[in-house]
Write a protein that binds this ligand. Structure first.
Ligand code: PSV
Ligand code: MN
Ligand code: MN
Length: 387
């Protein structure tokens, strides 16, 4: 098997974008539990994200959700983030909370509502101009609950028109990523339910449009690593929203429910050029910490990605190729599983120390007093919204 030393330098490329909303209070449709120390402002969310980066070295950018994270001066927010040691990342356009969007946004039958949704996305690109963000991420809650409710064909045409207007406004270095989700909040049909629909739209738009794959947005049993392989092959895997799930869009800590699935996904990411210099694929988290503390939850998440990425890099691809060529089914599987079962935690602790990071970021954070300080200082945190 490949040695840890042989892959150590490749680990320097790992950057996991964290979502601002992971630091706010969240919950289910039944209850949002408030937690002490929850950020009251966007700046406090960024400060918490910066703490995750300080202790792990893995999370240099923070994604924002507009209007959840609306501020008067995004230039000032960018400067604040710089001071904290992080950068502002993906801008998520939210067209799912206004009453106007009850029956859809970019796919609404009323052209005025469609225009409103387009305008919101254009405003998000204005924000990107100020924050220096590269990616506009579009996820639509659009869909219908009852057969006959909407013209599912016309809605695709309206969607294509709206996306075209938004795409044409992107600056030279900016990109659009279109996220799919098979159900929820709509239960009969969803307008961007799967990677194929997202791919059809982004490939019609042009080279700056990509698919965003949220790991929680598939039917149970879906082979997500196959989708990863296919989208990388097509050059359209723009980003991941990482999280894990047992049942639906659970938004639990990535790698918590099924570490093996995360490994399989990352093997295909590495195999398909989705990791490392020149890669077009952004690795992001899209999670909520409903019952656990939020900063430790984010630390656990980025460490899980680092551990599974390391195991994926350890895969002996030369031996695997040979076994495949020989048609040796069991040997190929054994080589694959050897990489998965390798415990890399001790090696990663040494790797961190060599780079001036704490060997155990979780324990170092808990001992730092940061959590106590924010719990004492902040009262009345804001709700992040639901996923
Ligand atoms: C929708 O379920 C989603 O995954 C999208 O990425 C949203 O931006 C995010 O959750 C927050 O609601
Ligand atoms: Mn998502
Ligand atoms: Mn989701």
């Amino acid at each position: 098997m490949t040695s840890f030393e042989a892959v150590a330098d490749q680990l320097d490329h790992l950057a996991v974008e964290v979502p601002s909303w992971a630091y706010g209070n969240s919950g289910t449709r039944f209850k949002v539990f408030g937690s002490p120390g929850t950020p009251r402002t966007v700046e406090e969310k960024i400060a918490d994200a910066a703490a995750v980066h300080r202790f792990t070295g893995l999370a240099p950018t923070v994604a924002l959700h507009i209007p959840w994270d609306l501020v008067d001066d995004f230039g000032k927010l960018k400067a604040y983030a710089d001071d904290q040691g992080v950068a502002l990342g993906t801008i998520n356009s939210n067209t799912f909370q206004d009453d106007d969007y009850k029956l859809g946004s970019l796919t609404h039958a009323d052209p005025k509502i469609r225009q409103k949704a387009v305008d919101h996305n254009l405003a998000c690109i204005d924000v990107m101009d100020q924050t220096g963000s590269r990616d506009l991420k579009i996820w639509l809650a659009d869909g219908t609950n009852y057969p006959g409710q909407g013209d599912i064909r016309a809605r695709q045409d309206w969607l294509a028109e709206g996306l075209r207007t938004i795409y044409d406004r992107l600056g030279g270095d900016q990109r659009m990523v279109l996220e799919y989700k098979f159900f929820e909040p709509a239960f009969y049909h969803t307008d961007v339910p799967d990677w194929g629909t997202s791919y059809a739209h982004v490939s019609a738009l042009g080279p700056k449009a990509f698919v965003c794959l949220d790991t929680g947005h598939h039917a149970p049993g879906t082979n997500i690593e196959f989708i990863v392989a296919q989208l990388l092959r097509l050059g359209r895997l723009g980003s991941f929203d990482f999280n894990s799930r047992f049942y639906a869009d659970d938004d639990l800590i990535v790698g918590a429910a099924d570490p093996f699935q995360l490994f399989r996904i990352l093997v295909e990411v590495v195999r398909g050029g989705g990791y490392g210099e020149g890669s077009q694929t952004a690795l992001m988290l899209d999670q909520c910490h409903n019952i656990e503390k939020k900063i430790p939850g984010q630390i656990r998440s980025v460490l899980n990605v680092q551990e599974m990425l390391t195991r994926a890099l350890l895969l002996d691809t030369a031996a695997l190729d040979a076994a495949r060529t020989d048609g040796d089914v069991l040997l190929a599987n054994e080589i694959y599983m050897d990489a998965f079962y390798t415990d890399v935690r001790r090696d990663l602790a040494g790797w961190r120390e060599q780079r001036g990071l704490p060997a155990d970021p979780m324990r170092a954070f808990l001992a730092s007093g940061y959590q106590d300080d924010i719990e004492a200082a902040r009262v009345g945190g804001t709700q992040a919204g639901w996923n």
